[in-house]
Design a protein around this ligand. Structure first.
Ligand code: GLN
Length: 476
């Protein structure tokens, strides 16, 4: 699908060459055509068209915000005042947001058009979008395959041209892995770069909101708008937000480390390995230093991630009790049966599994053996990752061990599904930013991505180098 830069689009709207209402209508038509992909849970059609008219006036009189012309979808765990939000869960079916998430507020203030809410794994728990209470999302490159998760709807909406960009949330890979599976760009910002106010919490010390886009330019622009200090979220940094869009030129030769163990890990698809090695050679030919680095913690990362995130989830999801909001069982007869039945009926199997695992690892008999131990492991992973980034500008690794798998292929085996996160959990465990860049295509026709990680708050050079790496991958 044609994709002029947002600046060009704004200029075309200003001069009358393009009609923003038509742009929105075209997306709405495509959403209907691609209904079978199940990417949208709800489309805000009339509202989006109305906003298009208002923003057109602003573009013409020179008062429009940075994101005028940007048509964007929100993952269904991000609040948009007066609109429903459900985290793809029955427990929140019919619930309406009472306020805007900070990211939504900032997008709207810069004149973005929110076109709808996007399907995801229930409470962002999953890696295939098969855990949604409202059915799986299909990959537009091959509808027998998953789009990845948990932000599967966000990724497919961009992949299939149903909107220009989307927001997802990433706790252990949920923006980057679906970006990889759909040939789009996805970033997990530094923990503390983007406000989590109004994001339905999964694991609060990991969760970050990030854009999924079809270019680095759009990613930089959206990130610039949504990042930065927020009095509603005490974990957000006060560090000023650099003008990412003006800093997309990568200068000079870089030092890049790649984790050897990732490429020799038994689960990796040979074509993903080959492609990564080929990109390493291209970078070396272009004069960058790319060298193998040791990081002997691969086997610990997924277990550490799942102990900590299930613990945090069990605590965060305690609020869905059937009392204050959301689903309440009509079979309940007293307080205890209200809790038990509402939660058993409202939560799907994967969310229940995680709440129980999390409750177990936090229980007084097991707390030290699991939760405390995992916190220590996280600290080691963080320190060793930061040590690597003292010597290197970036760490390069595949985003995922293989391209998108088939629907149903891993859904009956939680461990196999969890292991699919092996390359994406390092960045959120360490709190650093990471981008998935769509550089590869498998012989089965599926796209896949390479991942770059950088030091905390180094989004600007990370974005610039991602753009460079993408361009390099396109040159024969
Ligand atoms: N697949 C991972 C999980 O299930 C990542 C999810 C996410 O990042 N929200 O926890």
């Amino acid at each position: 699908m044609e994709n002029p830069t947002l600046k060009d689009l704004q200029e075309d709207i200003r001069s009358g060459r393009t009609d923003l209402r038509n742009v929105v209508s075209t997306y709405l038509r495509r959403i209907e055509e691609k209904d079978h992909l199940n990417a949208f849970l709800e489309v805000f059609g009339t509202e989006a068209l109305d906003r298009a008219d208002k923003i057109t006036v602003k573009i013409r009189n020179g008062s429009a915000g940075k994101l005028a012309g940007m048509v964007i979808g929100l993952k269904d765990n991000i609040c948009y005042k007066g609109h429903r939000v459900s985290a793809s869960s029955k427990i929140l079916e019919g619930f309406e947001s009472l306020f805007n998430a900070t990211v939504t507020e900032r997008l709207l203030a810069e004149d973005a058009i929110v076109i709808g809410r996007l399907n995801c794994d229930e409470f962002a728990m999953g890696a295939s979008n098969e855990n949604s209470a409202f059915g799986p999302v299909l990959n537009d490159a091959d509808p027998t395959r998953v789009p990845g998760g948990s932000s599967g709807g966000s990724a497919v909406a961009v992949q299939a041209g149903l909107c220009r960009a989307a927001l997802g949330s990433d706790t252990g890979g949920s923006v980057r892995q679906p970006a990889s599976f759909t040939g789009t760009f996805g970033i997990k910002p530094t923990y503390g770069r983007v406000s989590r106010y109004g994001l339905l919490a999964y694991a609060s010390s990991f969760d970050q909101i990030g854009p999924i886009t079809s270019s680095v330019e759009d990613m930089a622009l959206i990130l610039e708008v949504i990042s930065g200090d927020d009095e509603m979220d005490a974990t957000v940094s006060e560090k000023p937000v650099p003008p990412y869009t003006d800093l997309l030129q990568s200068d000079g030769k870089k030092r890049i480390g790649y984790i050897e163990d990732c490429l020799s890990s038994p689960g990796i698809d040979p074509e993903v390995r080959e492609h990564t090695l080929e990109m390493i050679r291209k970078l070396q030919d272009a004069g960058h230093s790319v060298e193998p680095v040791k990081f002997p913690f691969l086997d610990y990362m997924v277990p550490c991630y799942y102990v900590l995130t299930t613990a945090e989830a069990s605590s965060n999801l305690a609020r869905y009790s059937g009392l204050l909001f959301g689903h309440r069982s009509d079979k309940a007869s007293d307080l205890e049966s209200t809790f038990k039945l509402s939660r058993s009926e409202g939560f799907g199997p994967e969310v229940q599994r995680r709440i129980m695992t999390g409750t177990f690892v936090l229980s007084s008999d097991h707390y030290d053996a699991y939760y405390t131990k995992a916190q220590k492991v996280r600290r080691v992973i963080q320190q060793r990752t930061n040590a690597l980034l003292e010597e290197h500008d970036f760490i390069l690794l595949p985003t995922t061990p293989g391209p998108a798998f088939k629907l149903g292929e891993k859904s009956s085996d939680p461990i196999a599904m969890y292991l699919a996160d092996i390359f994406t959990v390092q960045a959120p465990l360490a709190g650093i930013p990471a981008i998935s860049i769509p550089t590869g295509t498998h012989s089965n026709g599926m796209p896949f991505g390479l991942q770059l990680m950088a030091k905390a708050y180094e989004e600007a050079p990370l974005l610039a180098f991602s753009r460079y790496l993408y361009n390099l991958s396109q040159n024969e």
